[in-house]
Design a protein around this ligand. Sequence first.
Ligand code: NAI
Length: 677
Amino acid sequence: MNKHWRLEYLADYALLTLDVAEQSANVLSQEVLQEFAQLLGEIENKAHKGLIIRSAKANGFIAGADVREFEHISDAPRATELARLGQQVFSRLAHLPFPSVALIHGFCLGGGLELALACTYRIAREDAATRLGLPEVRMGIHPGFGGTVRLPPLVGHLPALDMILSGRTLSVREARRIGLVDEAVPERHLLHAAEAFLKRHPPRRKAPWYQRLPGWKPLRPLVVRMLSPRVRHKANPDHYPAPWRFLRLWQERAGEEQEAESLGELLVSRTSRSLVHVFLLGEELKRQGRAHSHDIEQVHVIGAGVMGADIAIWAVNKGFRVSLQDQNPEALARAMKKAAGFFKDKLKDARAVQEAMDRLLPDIHGYGLRRADLVVEAIVEKLEPKRELFKNVEQLVRPQALLATNTSSIPLEAIGQSLKDPTRLVGLHFFNPVAKMQLVEIVRGVKTSEAALQRARAFTCAIERLPLDVKSSPGFLVNRILMPYLMEAVRLVEEGVSLVTIDNAATEFGMPMGPIELADSVGLDICLSVAEELAGPLHIEVPNILRELVEQGHLGRKSGRGFYQYNARGRRELPPPNKIAIDVPITERLVLRLLNEAVACLREGVITDADAVDAGMVYGTGFAPFLGGPMRYVESLGETGISHSLYRLSQEYGSRFTPDPGWSQPQRLIQRKRSSN
Ligand code: NAI
């Protein structure tokens, strides 16, 4: 009796259906691979005209290798062995005495696509949900089940390099264009198409000569040189070695043996371990969000500024009907224009754009309130107007409507004071830009009900963002941790360290953007108002230079000048870095303030555990994913060393570096929710 695969013999061929037990999606664990190998042995020995492989899961074909297993692999030889197991099974599939077809629907990723590549043909369901790709670099590895060897001859070298180096997924149309799939058909024709291929048995596809040409041995070093700047732009080789390893394999025309060895080393590297940790944190947030349903159909957003417009557009993009209200008609007009541009860019097809725009209603009088299941407030960051607004809103909405505020710093208890029923008020704190930042802080006020939180989490998942529970306290989690780091950067500017030197120190550490550029991008006025809000409760000193710039109207990128000067196209003009060497521990000062605040958040219970800090900072700010988040980084360095360094800095630079009392509770610092840790 098989646990994961179902084998049927039809008239002329064998049909293998994968339905991995106790999993919502098909993943290739060692057990699944072993069972597959055994079944192939069985099929091999019977004369057949062909084999068809498909998935029984509605969501897709195969999502890839079982990432959870990675965490339990302790050394490189063991990881190499796992890759060899996959290679052997797929090689057996590739060398069956009859042709084989992979019938692909939904996601077909990583090891799943490598399995499909080992089949003679690939037939995909023609729809938007079907996506194919080799996203291994996102986990700090490269394909290891023969994919690096099988993909180039099929689709050509440059498309193969692009797929593996970027890790991006392809639509069916694109996959068809490059020859990754042989045919794309509607659901009802899938089996027929497979049978027809097996009957006709045409030769396996081969990339045309001009696509094979860049693989000519003397040309390979040239191609690598040509691609390197683009790869470097995305992946610093010291932090993210996988794409570079793959390029080397490709240049050396390496076979499966080297592929497996290289994969083995990468899989147990710090980068891969951290990226897997980050991935699983995201999965955990989704799991929590999906634990309940949200029953929200109609959303009403109030405030059509930077955030309100983006939230409305994003919810519409994910299928919701949204009415968008603002007291200022011009703000509404700008938001509608932005929406039209966004959907045109994203959806391309004119009808789909029209359908999306039909779901977004500009609503100056707020008629949508009466129908709304969820109201999201995103007006100015001031207590009185927000309080007043909610008081009016409560009188108009249906009793079951969920009320949410996007405030970045005002306590929920203060906003909810005007409400008759404050249990229905929750914080939905989005990050800017909404389309890019995956995190949403789900803010729990003292009076917020569990039911309201569940609906808020579930809605966040429904719009494909990650819900992170935080307590209503100054700055919640992400802004609070970020603010001391930003203020330290501004202090360094005051001390005469050049802007570029500060920003470079942060990006070399692994931040996606330097703190000064970040402050300019967020807007110095917003930075200042959040900093002032947090200054009292968190004992942060706000450097004068920030106030002065705001008073002078230098608000950052949006006004053409902040710390940096920006040209007409919004590009940063780079002043020269410091000529004389600066004897200041820039990175240490920036990062330790951030870590100290993270530990304070844990101690105060702003979040439940160390995992929540990591998830928040990586998905909310892009904190060096290859380090796995601040607390994972603390774990790797050891908390005693860090608190000693903080103490040393406090002696030299002042009390803002005094180690938080939380450092002396090491158990709490490594306490994690995910059971595998
Ligand atoms: P914004 O100034 O761009 O937009 C505010 C909009 O609200 C304006 O269009 C204004 O006309 C409208 N408005 C003000 N009072 C109103 C009322 N009583 N009724 C209807 N419309 C009203 O502000 P932004 O940046 O979008 O911020 C909105 C909220 O989101 C604030 O609470 C802010 O703290 C929060 N937030 C902002 C982030 C950012 O990066 N800008 C990030 C995360 C949260």
